[in-house]
Write a protein of this length. Structure first.
Length: 133
């Protein structure tokens, strides 16, 4: 086996394990958040729009994006999330949007969130959340 093949094989295994860990953390977050918010949560996929967890309580749709990475969620992560919401069936609903990031947010993402969103801590999940006004 060549070095390139070996490296390629290791990358493939890393991505597979990383994906499985992400799914496990999504399930763990769903369990905790269902108890915290008192509503059932499930994944959402329609066309090319996917949200990690979505639930409705008191007429408000709660949408969660979970970033279980080794680096903080950045401006582009927040912007992509907001764009997905704008293009989704939830665009004209009363929504609360949450980003749960294992390693927090970059300074740029925090500045972006402070200008356009309400930002606060969500320490039970070791992350941050954002909520639309």
């Amino acid at each position: 086996m060549s070095v390139e093949d070996y490296v390629s094989d290791l990358k493939e295994k890393y991505l597979r394990v990383s994906t499985e860990l992400g799914r496990t953390k999504e399930s763990e977050a769903a369990y905790i958040l269902e108890k915290k918010f008192g509503m059932p949560l499930k994944g959402y996929l329609k066309g090319n729009i996917e949200f990690d967890l979505v639930g409705v309580k008191d007429g408000i749709t709660h949408i969660f994006e979970i970033k279980w990475k080794n680096k903080p969620a950045g401006y582009s992560d927040l912007n992509k999330f907001l764009e997905k919401v704008r293009k989704s069936d939830f665009a004209h609903e009363d929504t609360r949007l949450f980003i749960l990031s294992r390693t927090g947010l970059t300074k740029q993402a925090e500045r972006f969130a402070s200008r356009t969103l309400v930002l606060g801590g969500y320490h039970e999940i070791c992350g941050k959340y954002i909520t639309k006004n």
